[in-house]
Design a protein around this ligand. Sequence first.
Ligand code: SF4
Length: 351
Amino acid sequence: MAISPKPDLLSTSLADLQQLCTKLGQPAYRARQVYDWLWRHGARQFDDMTNIPATLRQTLADHFTLSGLTEDVRQESADGTIKTRYRLQDGRFIETVIIPVREDRRATACVSAQVGCSLTCSFCATGKMGRIRNLTASEIYDQAFLSARQSLELLGYPLTNIVYMGMGEPLLNFGPVMESIRLITSPDGMGWSPKRITVSTAGIAKMIRRLADEQVKFNLALSLHAADDEKRNQIMPINETNQLASLMESLEYFYQMTKGRISYEYIALRGFNDTLPDADRLIKLCRRQFPVRVNVIEYNPVEGVDFQKSDEATIDRFARRVREKGVMITVRRSRGKDIDAACGQLANKAG
Ligand code: SF4
């Protein structure tokens, strides 16, 4: 599909819209109305802007595009997990997952930051796609916005959390990711508290420091998956240039500057990182100058990958050992496996 030469209205700031309205002889409040339609109401068709005069809507349509996401395939897992594949304006696809916990009336949207991913973690289906392109801020925002709507419609209660843990490495698409969070947390957008948002990274020390310098208010998750460099190098090539010592220093700095919540994601891989010596290395890594919570995640099979999931008893033994040493640790049973919506499985396979 050819990309339209017209600029995207979703990349236009409120100040630019105000200038445009002045130029078109429109009252200043029109800019605010259009902006509200775009972000607070999520309008992705000019005709949705019902209180904007038809002539202005037409002028906007003549000069701008509106690059919304189109729902392509939606799947629901037996456990209630909802995976939606969206088509982007250029014909590419991304996936967004909602993980509900109905008994607590909680629902977490897992949003993508890139089409594919360049980091080639060996256990991950997205990494096998390679990086195709970065998402724009609005493409990320729209996943959150549409997930909030889906949560109300399909689950009957509001979305409670957003995690940047879908396809791609968020910190390698820094500007658009930050802008999407600004919009999600702005009263001009979804008006969310940043405390309900978690950005997950495979671990890029320089970028974690940048988050610290920007004094962000959201939570940070490190996809750790192994507590020593040798093993981590084997499964996450990014570790070769971002060794654990430098990652730990960057996390300490992040905590110093933001006091934000930090967690480690740890996918349990049978015989690789689930032994008691692995648990001891993890405990050691958790003894730093910042509080941390560990989330152990069940591994989900990915085609063409040799790893096996750890059995429940092994995971429980591992978690017990870590917990006994005073580290906060939670075991998360995998969700959405039957529809390839689980951690590390997103690869636009549906349909
Ligand atoms: S685990 Fe995350 S960072 Fe690693 S390849 Fe998959 S999407 Fe990329």
